[in-house]
Design a protein around this ligand. Structure first.
Ligand code: FES
Length: 140
């Protein structure tokens, strides 16, 4: 094989593999919306309208160490879970119905309960309240 033919064949193969990896990544992307906001006086304010089309919203407060999973349980009732593993403080991933820790494999259900160790304790839960069409999360 000539050098030129080798380069053409190799580059075509790389492009095909790269496109396959990219498409595979996009197909497995988690579609949970992320809401970026700030903490003011230990409170996070989230518009209730964010839950018009979803029951789960990831809250990402600026400068805060972990995301918060805010879930609509029913009309007027929301739960806010800190997405930090209770085993060794690693950040968690969410698939929508549960949370996974990639460090040692713990899993948690959508209410924060441990479904697989080594973690022994449920996820930290923050108080929420509804006020003037806003969900208020109190950070403790
Ligand atoms: S830090 Fe999550 S399982 Fe160890």
């Amino acid at each position: 094989m000539q050098r030129r033919d080798f380069i053409k064949t190799s580059c075509g193969f790389c492009v095909a593999v790269g496109a396959g990896i990219l498409l595979g990544s996009l197909a497995s992307c988690n579609q949970i919306p992320i809401y970026k906001t700030e903490i003011t006086n230990r409170k996070i304010t989230v518009p209730i309208t964010l839950f018009d089309k979803t029951d789960l919203q990831i809250i990402r407060p600026k400068g805060y160490e972990n995301d918060i999973a805010l879930r609509k349980v029913s009309d007027g009732k929301y739960t806010a879970l800190l997405m930090r593993c209770t085993h060794a403080d690693n950040g968690l991933m969410s698939s929508g119905n549960n949370f996974q820790c990639n460090l040692h494999g713990s899993t948690f259900d959508k209410d924060g309960g441990v479904t697989k160790g080594p973690a022994e304790y449920p996820l930290k839960r923050f108080n929420t309240e509804i006020k003037d069409g806003q969900i208020i999360i109190t950070i403790e």
